[in-house]
Design a protein around this ligand. Structure first.
Ligand code: FAD
Length: 487
């Protein structure tokens, strides 16, 4: 039975940030992820905003880790090649009441240590954002955007490069405390670890329940989004937020530019029973579009190309306002078990700071000797689509597969798809390719390129066609061939 110093349950941004941090020490670390790739849960389905810290109550863990995490992004993204853009954000007010809310948010931000906040009049907002009209706006220059799944992938792949073992498609189904640590029951057999970190997101309560009676409930709250075609990228330049709804503990439907040039509308906030229900609904799509149009009347009809949803791990029900703080703690009943509970927004921003805090908590139990051979591999740099003609020619001269475009919408080449498939985690689904290369994210949503990628999976990676999946363990695309090749 394999024996690790640390077992991390969950390969979302929290678990992967912890894995990356721990890979800097001489420790044996394993990550167990039930999905077919990292970022299978909420970490791929959010706004991708690096929050500044104006929305969390002063002295809360959310405020502390958000502000600390925000301050770590420049160095982290530079080191790992994670895309980051400090586009800034406007919270806009349409009347006197809302202007008072802007003042309240500004004061919270100042107490949390957020710099350079400024309330400007509607004209000033209009000068920066010609499609937005309002009475006033709170300008937050330290808010930025990143690609949440790329961030998770970069953290995970670099952790793997430095010896962290990732068990994908490996759900944790049981945990037993034994004298020397834990026995972890999984869908791939049993493992042992001295300490366990519960980073299972919306499933965090199920993990706690394996070893003790949980003293909390999870109230899943779904957020749906609409994605606009990249040709509308110039509609806004910064993020546009309404004054947040204080009843639900969420930020409201906002308009967010993305690194890739699509604009996001959303998210909604709907408390649901099934934490795995990541569906999208026609009703909610219409509501999102209508609410976004109230903020930006110039929003064109037919600009939407896709929809998705993510699930917030809320520890407070709607009737209590939906707001509860993060819980980052070692269990008092089961020493060696560190639980990360209620890691909802701003969890993406907070992840690097949470990872440092977990490392500090572990330092009481484990010897943290720095690992001298620690190395870093940046994410692949410029995409073919963004290269100059000279750069493209140079690549094609070296390898002709740079000259074969697989995804026509996003101009992704065979070389880029191959590099995505050849990742150090061994993740090999169509979604693994999509999140690493952008193939299948354009207007046709994979209608043209899926067959080419499948052929590469078979031909270049030697995969059996019956094992090729869309995104998750159960999502096989093919049952077999309709016609067998002649002998
Ligand atoms: C609509 C929405 C918008 C958001 N916007 C932002 C934003 O703009 N900025 C920001 O900072 N934050 C944002 N957040 C919050 C942020 O997305 C989350 O805090 C963060 O992604 C949580 O990461 P995680 O790793 O804790 O959880 P997850 O990403 O959910 O990862 C948990 C992982 O555990 C795995 N798992 C579960 N059970 C098991 C098991 N038994 N065995 C093995 N694996 C298991 C799951 O498959 C999953 O991959 C948003 C959240 C939502 C829902």
């Amino acid at each position: 039975m394999n024996n690790y110093h640390v077992a991390i349950i969950g390969g979302g941004v929290t678990g992967c940030a912890i894995a990356w941090e721990l890979s800097k020490y001489e420790l044996d670390v394993a990550v167990f992820e039930s999905g077919s790739d990292v970022a299978s849960g909420t970490s791929k389905a959010n706004s991708g905003v690096v929050h500044s810290g104006i929305n969390s109550a002063p002295s809360s863990l959310k405020a502390r880790f958000c502000v600390e995490g925000n301050g770590m992004f420049d160095a982290l993204c530079e080191e790992l090649g994670i895309p980051l853009d400090w586009v800034g954000k406007f919270v806009i007010a349409k009347n006197d009441n809302e202007i008072r809310e802007l003042e309240r948010l500004r004061d919270i931000g100042i107490r949390n240590g957020v710099p350079d906040l400024e309330i400007v009049d509607g004209e000033e907002v209009g000068r920066k954002e010609r499609n937005i009209s309002c009475r006033a706006g709170l300008w937050v220059p330290t808010a930025g955007i990143t690609l949440p799944y790329k961030m998770t992938i970069a953290l995970a792949e670099n952790a793997a490069l430095n010896g962290v073992v990732f068990f994908l498609e490996t759900g944790v189904s049981g945990l037993r405390k034994v004298e020397e640590g834990f026995v972890i029951g999984t869908t791939r057999g049993e493992f042992r670890a001295t300490t366990v970190i519960n980073a299972a997101g919306v499933s965090c309560r199920e993990i706690v329940a394996m070893v003790e009676e949980p003293n909390f409930q999870v109230y899943p709250c779904r957020g749906e989004y609409l994605v606009l075609d990249r040709k509308y990228a110039s509609l806004i330049h910064s993020m546009i937020y309404p004054v947040p709804d204080r009843e639900l503990g969420v930020l409201g439907v906002h308009i967010t530019p993305t690194i890739e040039g699509n604009i996001l509308l959303g998210p909604s906030a709907e408390f649901i029973d099934d934490p795995q229900d990541k569906g999208t609904t026609g009703d909610m799509m219409r509501t999102l579009f209508r609410e976004a149009k109230e903020i930006m009347p110039a929003l064109p009809e037919r600009s939407v190309i896709a929809a998705y949803s993510g699930i917030r791990c809320k520890l407070a029900p709607p009737e209590e306002g939906g707001w509860a703080d993060f819980r980052i703690e070692e269990s008092s009943q089961v020493p060696g078990m560190i639980n990360l509970l209620g890691i909802e927004s701003p969890g993406l921003t907070a992840a690097p700071a949470i990872a440092r805090e977990v490392t500090r908590l572990l330092s009481g139990t484990l010897p943290l000797e720095p690992w001298e051979d620690h190395e870093v591999r940046k994410l692949p740099g410029k995409r073919f689509a963004d290269m100059s003609m000279a750069e493209r020619a140079a690549r094609i001269n070296k390898d002709e597969r740079w000259g074969r475009v697989v995804c026509r919408c996003e101009h992704v080449t065979e070389a880029e798809v191959l590099s995505a498939l050849d990742n150090p985690l061994g993740a090999r689904t169509l979604s693994s390719v999509k999140y690493r290369s952008r193939a299948r994210t354009g207007r046709c949503q994979g209608g043209f390129c899926t067959q080419h990628i499948v052929r590469m999976m078979e031909g270049d990676m030697g995969m059996n066609i019956a094992d090729i999946k869309l995104k998750s363990p159960g999502s096989k695309l093919f049952h077999g061939r309709t016609r067998r090749d002649r002998e």
